[in-house]
Ligand binder design. Structure first.
Ligand code: NAI
Length: 388
């Protein structure tokens, strides 16, 4: 039974995870090495809960109870009687190793030690422990209290009991849970790469501008946000760093190649909304170009980005990163895609998507566009991922 939960790191993620855990009745201890960060986290949590009160989502009594169940401290030793510790500190393997080692020394044998890492391997983080069977990845999305998806990542060392406890707990919090293999980017941050990468490539080739690409994907494709609007939300520095880390982790597979355009935008400080300017200018919204609403160009853009996304989702199935159901859930609940990519390929037809990829592969002669063997097989056998 997981009752007491320790969270290490009182930043964006740690704070959000603490809120969810407390809302679900757990006693929570949040540890951060920076006193100021602890104070900021506490103040921000109070503000968020007050807003929820105003909106009548929770009562004043709920708010008080939620806050009372959370304590903030800079002393790691306060975590001694935790049943689960979730680490959400800086994304640095050496620092994570130090912290995991220190935590293992003070908690009980049965305490589960989880990491919220986005890009490091769970096997590597767990290797700092004497008993790595209890290590696992529990990957929330930002903002954690609002995003329904959580990826659960057992490492090669993780035992069945740890996996089952983590699954049961997070499902019990009402989250949509998917299990994925300990591979770079897990499901979402891997399968979503072409949404940004192929859009940037289309722009770099001079085929269309930002507004037109965004229009094609939102109006014709049904995506909630176009890739350039979304990158401006995420921040070009953050999105570029994820792309680069996935690219390196895949031994420089050209499917994940980062874009110079994005790198230059990040270098120039055009980070997106947070800096006032990214692909779009948020200080003078009228300065932005109108989309060129040419249907045939729009369909070319949509097909190109979508067939690359589908190829990536199929590769994730092919490589056993997740089940087809989990992969579709991850993309609809983690990044709000209008439809699961595997359901989409079933609907459009595997042969059609294969043909689109083959054309790109032939035209560019680049490995990046190689159709996945599973797609070829399914097109040949006329099979689908889900029953029709
Ligand atoms: P953040 O920078 O907002 O917070 C990190 C906190 O950890 C800071 O308050 C810092 O003082 C504290 N910290 C650093 N070293 C520490 C140590 N040795 N002991 C105790 N506290 C320490 O970072 P954020 O964005 O919350 O990310 C945390 C983790 O969550 C990272 O592993 C990141 O990859 C992952 N993540 C981030 C997401 C995001 O959108 N920001 C989404 C999903 C996962």
């Amino acid at each position: 039974m997981i009752s007491k939960i320790g969270i290490i790191g009182a930043g964006t993620m740690g704070c959000g995870i603490a809120q969810i855990a407390s809302q679900n009745g757990h006693d929570v201890i949040v540890v951060d090495k920076e006193q100021l960060q602890l104070e900021k986290a506490k103040a921000s949590l109070e503000k968020i809960l007050s807003r929820l009160c105003e909106k009548e989502r929770i009562t004043t009594e709920d708010k008080i109870a939620i806050l009372n169940r959370i304590s903030f401290t800079s002393e790691l030793k306060q975590l001694t009687d935790s049943d689960l510790v979730i680490e959400a500190i800086v994304e640095n393997i050496n620092v994570k190793h130090e912290v995991f080692k220190a935590v293992e020394e003070i908690v009980s044998e049965s305490c589960i030690l989880a990491s919220n890492t986005s890009s490091l391997s769970i096997a590597s983080i767990g290797s700092a422990l004497t008993n790595a069977n209890r290590s696992i990845g529990i990957h929330f999305f930002n903002p954690a209290p609002l995003m329904p998806l959580v990826e659960i990542i057992p490492a090669v060392q993780t035992d069945e009991q740890t996996l089952n406890s983590a699954l049961e707990l997070i499902k019990g919090w009402g989250k949509t849970v998917v299990t994925c293999k300990d591979t770079p980017g897990f499901i979402v941050n891997r399968v979503a790469r072409p949404f940004y990468g192929e859009a940037l490539r289309i722009y770099e080739e001079g085929i269309a501008d930002f507004a037109t690409i965004d229009w094609a994907l939102t109006e014709l494709g049904g995506f909630k946000m176009g890739p350039f609007t979304l990158m401006d939300y995420i921040g070009n520095d953050v999105n570029y760093a994820v792309t680069e880390s996935v690219f390196k982790a895949f031994y420089y597979d050209s499917r994940f190649k980062p874009s110079f355009t994005q790198k230059r935008y990040a270098e120039a400080g055009f980070l997106g909304r947070k800096s006032g300017r990214g692909y779009y200018d948020y200080t003078h919204p009228n300065a932005n170009k109108e989309a060129k609403k040419d249907e045939s160009l729009g369909h070319y853009i949509l097909n190109r980005v979508r067939c690359m996304l589908i190829n990536e989702a199929i590769d994730a199935v092919f490589m056993g990163v997740g089940t087809p159901t989990d992969i579709d859930l991850a993309m609809t609940k983690g990044v709000n895609y209008p439809k699961g990519l595997l359901k989409w390929v079933d609907e459009i037809g595997h042969e059609e998507i294969l043909e689109q990829l083959k054309q790109l592969f032939e035209h560019y002669g680049e490995d990046r566009y190689r159709p996945n063997p599973l797609l070829r097989k399914m097109a040949a056998n006329k099979t689908t991922f889900f029953p029709v």
